[in-house]
Design a protein around this ligand. Structure first.
Ligand code: PLP
Length: 389
């Protein structure tokens, strides 16, 4: 079969996972049902039931009480709700890990208070000695300590020591916010056991529709009202609920809980590792190889082979990966995450390959084959032909 005839291969689940059939069915059901959850009549009550069913499923996925979950428009809003609430409650100094998603970094920097960076080591793991030392000299003028540390990084898949960080933050009387957008549905997440104060999730990263997320909050978190309106979400977020999106999120949360093994993430690990071994033979460097990582994610940097060339060559070959975090401009920028890990020299040469529930071994093989072809073409262009050849 010619390359042009082959189906495209999607290996960018960390940007958005393909919608799972359960989510699609739940979205359609909610759309067909109609009704506003705030209405007291039968249609309204039916819509309300869908929202509350979904709340229980999403809460179950992350080990949080359903009553302590606010639905949002996605991970970005959930992160913003946590950060803005902390500042409104008196935090004057925010600590944000160096590898946080832009929705955390940018929101923190937009608050008009000081922001400090929690560094990571070369394996991409947060430096908790730094955190302990910083919290030990916290001043009263800084208000309540606020720390944002994600559970799994979107570019590298590296899993962070969140429970340990939570213990440090709790001892300092602070607020730990955890962005679990990439972790939920990929590894077990237990909000209560982690000891975090707030935790953000997003449906489209696990095969739900885009535009539905949630924030779980504990007893020590004081949430402020981000949107005023009709008192929805117990007054925490005004506006008619995105019933179909929330319903799809609930369905995928349920499926992810029940089918975590079967939906392909664990299988992805062996295929991902086989791909990584092949790329390493060409000089590629796997990011965070020595750290615990999500089974579906490969972040690999190849000296002298720019990210954008890799992504474009792979796309032409029908294989979709990304150069790191997808950014709305569609532009490829050098990865601040790799730079924070001390791999600044490779920050413009990394790609992120991420599989998921529908990924097959053949998909990973197509990626590896296409990558090698692109690599060899690039190497040949860089090596001038000998004179007279
Ligand atoms: N946090 C992380 C770690 C992410 O990977 C993303 C999405 O790229 C977000 C937050 C934002 O989530 P959403 O797209 O639902 O706003």
């Amino acid at each position: 079969m010619s390359g042009a005839m082959q189906a495209r291969v999607y290996l960018d689940y960390n940007a958005t996972a393909p919608v799972r059939p359960q989510a699609r069915a739940a979205v359609l059901r909610a759309l067909e049902l109609g009704g506003n959850p705030s209405s007291v009549h039968a249609a309204g009550r039916a819509a309300r039931a869908l929202v509350e069913e979904a709340r229980a499923e999403v809460a179950g996925l992350i080990g949080a009480p359903a009553a302590d979950l606010v639905f949002t428009s996605g991970g970005t809003e959930a992160n913003a709700l946590a950060i803005e609430s902390a500042v409104a409650a008196g935090s004057r100094q925010l600590i944000v890990s160096a590898i946080e998603h832009d929705s955390v970094q940018e929101t923190a920097r937009a608050q008009g208070v000081a922001v400090e960076v929690l560094p990571v080591d070369r394996n991409g793991v947060a430096d908790l000695d730094w955190l302990a030392a910083r919290l030990a000299r916290w001043g009263a003028a800084d208000g309540r300590p606020f720390v944002a540390l994600m559970l799994a990084n979107n570019e590298t898949g590296i899993i962070q020591p969140v429970a340990e960080a939570a213990a440090l933050v709790r001892d300092a009387g602070g607020w730990l916010h955890v962005d679990a957008v990439q972790a939920a549905g990929k590894i077990p997440v237990d909000f209560s056991a982690l000891g975090a104060d707030t935790l953000a999730v997003s449906g489209h990263k696990l095969g739900g529709p885009q535009g539905a997320g949630a924030l779980a909050f504990g007893r020590r978190a004081v949430l402020s009202r981000r949107q005023h309106g009709g008192g929805q979400e117990r007054g925490r977020r005004g506006g008619t609920e995105n019933v179909s999106g929330i319903s799809g999120f609930g369905a995928v949360a349920e499926a992810s809980r029940e089918l975590r093994e079967a939906h392909g993430l664990v299988r992805n690990q062996a295929w991902r590792d086989a791909a990584a071994e092949r790329l390493k033979r060409a000089g590629a460097v796997v990011m965070g190889e020595a750290a615990p990582r999500l089974a579906n994610t490969l972040c690999v940097a190849t000296p002298g082979f720019p990210s954008d060339l890799q992504v474009m060559a792979l796309d032409l070959a029908g294989v979709m990966v990304s150069a790191g975090a997808a950014c709305s401009s569609g532009k490829v920028k050098a990865s601040p995450v790799l730079a924070a890990m001390g791999h600044g020299d490779l920050a413009g040469c990394g790609i992120r390959v991420s599989g998921g529930w529908a990924t097959t071994e053949a998909d990973w093989n197509r990626f590896t084959d296409a990558w090698f072809e692109a690599f060899q073409r690039h190497a040949a262009r860089r090596t001038p032909a000998p004179a007279g050849a």
